[in-house]
Design a binder for this molecule. Structure first.
Ligand SMILES: [Zn+2]
Length: 296
């Protein structure tokens, strides 16, 4: 294969967590907005996830599912048979109860011991439910620090996927060790990039669902990245609940829900047709990359 034939890889990742979740002052775990109600809801997550599973099947896409362990348990109690629905996808970890590890909003940073207990417990639950090996981790609010990274390494995660890095001359989408945290744990970072007007964008699709961006801007970003990041990985991320409710927990109207699903479908269908890109799970990308490193 010559350099010009080499594809850029694209991963579709889902952060499967409670509806419109938010950190709250004085507690480690997250609540659904409005947090004054003190509730955890997953009904929008359930509907959004059902729709996304359907679309992934239709377009024959294998995705990476970062499950918050509590949400996985609640969805199963609610009658969703996640192990079968998730069969073709990677199972990864998105914490136990969406903890604010660093205490940025809660005001109470967690100690190393309690971070370890909660991530270990989350992993244990996911292994029990899915009977699969858990290799990847994405932190709640994508916030990590030295302590979290140390814990992930100790719990034998293979990669973290929480950092956001500008895609460009400095970084072409490749995995890298988290040296900034004195760790050799590998990072599969989320890309950030510029839109046609030069405004910064991320690969989280929430801005489409909130009506602030259109799907073609994300397709343009992939086209732009394609030549820059050959053999790199472009990770998209989606919150399933966001197809049905906004960040504040307000229900979208019927038309909006339909539009959100159509926009998401347009992204999947265009990515599938695009030349020079290949869609794959984050664990499969990592595996291929490690093999390549070994043979060098
Ligand atoms: Zn989350």
């Amino acid at each position: 294969m010559t350099q010009s034939d080499k594809p850029m890889y694209v991963a579709i990742s889902l952060d499967i967590d409670p509806d419109a979740n938010s950190a709250a002052e004085g507690r480690h775990d997250a609540l659904s907005s409005p947090i004054e109600y003190g509730e955890i809801r997953v009904d929008a997550c359930k509907k959004g996830l059902q729709k996304i599973f359907e679309l992934l099947e239709k377009y024959d896409i294998d995705a990476t599912l970062f499950y918050e362990a509590r949400t996985a348990q609640m969805l199963i109690e609610d009658g969703m048979y996640l192990p079968r629905l998730s069969e073709r996808h990677e199972i990864a970890c998105h914490s136990l109860k969406h903890e604010d590890f660093l205490g940025k909003v809660s005001g109470i940073p967690m100690e190393e011991k309690s971070i370890e207990e909660s991530i270990d417990k989350a992993k244990e639950i996911l292994v029990k439910v899915f009977k699969r090996e858990i290799k990847g981790f994405r932190a709640p609010y994508t916030r990590i620090n030295h302590t979290v990274v140390k814990v992930l390494e100790r719990l034998r995660f293979q990669y973290d996927s929480s950092e956001t890095v500008i895609l460009g001359t400095e970084w072409a989408g490749n995995p890298y060790p988290l040296k900034a945290f004195d760790s050799s744990l590998m990072e599969l970072a989320l890309p950030s990039f510029r839109d046609a007007k030069g405004k910064k964008m991320s690969s989280y699709l929430w801005a489409i669902f909130e009506g602030r961006r259109i799907f073609s801007e994300y397709i343009d970003a992939v086209v732009q990245a394609r030549d820059m990041a050959k053999q790199g990985l472009f990770v998209f991320s989606i919150h399933p609940w966001h197809l049905y409710v906004d960040c504040l927990g307000n229900q979208f109207g019927k038309d909006r829900v339909r539009e959100n699903a159509e926009n998401l479908e347009s992204i999947f269908s265009q990515l599938k047709q695009m030349q020079g890109i290949r869609i794959l799970r984050q664990d499969k990308y990592m595996e291929a990359w490690l093999e390549k490193e070994d043979s060098n």
